[in-house]
Design a protein around this ligand. Sequence first.
Ligand code: MN
Length: 295
Amino acid sequence: MPNPLQTYQKMRDFGDTPEPQGSKKRSPKQPIFVVQKHHASHLHYDFRLEMEGVLKSWAVPKGPSYDPAVRRLAMMTEDHPYDYASFEGVIPEGNYGAGNVIIWDQGTWEFIEPGDDPVKALESGKLTFRLQGKKMFGEWALVRIKGRGRSSRGNEWLLLKHRDQFANDEVDVTTVAPRSVVSDRTVDELGDDVVWESNRSARPKKGTTVASRLRSAAKEKEKKTTGVKKRTSVKTSSRDAPPARATKPAKRAAPATRRSAPAPAAPSRSASSRKRSSRAGPPTSARSTRRRPPR
Ligand code: MN
């Protein structure tokens, strides 16, 4: 039987990159999916579905969109080993794909159609599936397209959201939830430069972490401002919550949520709080919500 990871392994020097070589066997449980945000020469999102013991992979330059009208280009890349799904780290200079990688989302997936064999569906160029992640939910599809131009290698697909209760044309999930679901870091916070860079003249003290810096900034802010409302807005936005849930009772409910300001209704997080903070409160609140402390 041919080694499905041959291409993957040929492209890498495992003496030099921390990426996994591919030794773990697939889990017998529900198949997994992972989305890795990868800041290589070009920023992209690597979307991977476990199938046949490996991770079928697509590089999605713009990342997923919950808007069913938006189709995101997804370039099929080489199969990756199953254990690549837990890789988060820095691929050193000079290696294939050099740059930072975070686990942007992970979970399980379920094949929907066509037919009853996901491998055949993939070969046919169309695959509909249901995701159960932390940021990606509901029905999605991958559809192979005929690439434009001579340079096309037949690896162009589109990643798109099907219309269901999670579809949402207002919230950009990549903007609202940029962090790793594992480390809570952004892709550029990896490595040894985890010191908060600000455009202020005051430099953080040696050894000051992003977290401690943000904590003290938040305390300062609390001292200056009074009122629970403000604090609530900072708190709720410190979540990388899924946007789908955020606007759950569909678009029309969103303005209502907005008006009922400090209600910390459990599942309705980032989207509504974002709007709330940009609308209510002093002008500085919008900024502070973005600089949230990592958990
Ligand atoms: Mn990549």
